[in-house]
Write a protein of this length. Structure first.
Length: 252
């Protein structure tokens, strides 16, 4: 874990806890005064007593039993930004469920496959995963992506407050490891309530441009594109060499 945190592309050290709490309180006071949130919501979003988030590594034993790589998990329980994270997620979850690729669970996936006609001579069943999805999401692009989805719902002033909350969460992702405070400067944190929804919406925007766009070069080849977080299933209508070209194009 220590070696992972030394990567300057993703992490750096610092301790701005008092600044973050002050900014959260100021933002929430303004929202309360303007009627965007009620007193009960203000009290929830502005906890008086907090602790610093901590990071730990969850071994990926399915990849290597003897020396498994670690999945970094940030526990925000009791932190100043945990309430913001939960609050934001109540607005994002409904958006995620409307994504055309959305898969809720195994039963939902099976239902999507019902009535499917598969021709093994002309089609290829494909599964793939998105490598290190959470840590590779650019934070500003994630914020812009969520803003775009909320804009599509109309100009609700409350959505501006939601985006302000999300901005604080994304750009102030600090945590403690062995007494040293780090800041994640790229990606979103696994373990945070908002993270799955933001990741889903970010990938959903990518899919809208590269998978469901009729002018995308491989639009006619991809059929029944289904995704559960970073796991993807689809049917490829075409040759294997064309499928490999599709993978290369997606990674550009």
């Amino acid at each position: 874990m220590f070696n992972m945190l030394q990567c300057s592309e993703f992490y750096r050290t610092g301790d701005p806890e008092s600044m973050i709490k002050r900014r959260i309180k100021d933002m929430n006071c303004t929202a309360l005064a303007s009627g965007l949130i009620c007193q009960k919501e203000y009290d929830f979003l502005t906890p008086e007593y907090t602790r610093f988030p901590i990071i730990y590594g969850l071994p990926k034993v399915h990849k290597d039993v003897k020396d498994p790589p670690l999945r970094p998990i940030v526990s925000m329980i009791g932190s100043a930004i945990e309430p913001l994270s939960k609050y934001v997620d109540t607005f994002l979850k409904p958006l995620v469920s409307q994504l055309p690729s959305y898969v809720r669970d195994t039963v939902h996936f099976i239902l999507k496959l019902e009535g499917l006609q598969y021709n093994p001579k002309q089609e290829i069943l494909v599964t793939m995963d998105l490598e290190a999805l959470y840590t590779n999401i650019p934070q500003q692009q994630a914020l812009d992506c969520v803003a775009s989805y909320l804009d599509d719902l109309g100009g609700d002033p409350l959505h501006v407050f939601v985006l302000n909350c999300l901005e604080i969460i994304l750009f102030n992702n600090y945590f403690d490891f062995n007494g040293t405070i780090y800041k994640q400067i790229k990606g979103v944190s696994m373990g945070a309530a908002y993270a799955p929804s933001v990741a889903n919406l970010y990938v959903g925007a990518f899919e809208e441009k590269h998978i469901y766009n009729e002018i995308a070069p491989f639009f006619e080849n991809v059929h029944l594109w289904c995704r559960y977080m970073d796991d993807v299933f689809f049917i490829w209508r075409g040759k294997e060499q064309e499928l490999l070209e599709f993978f290369l194009w997606l990674n550009l």
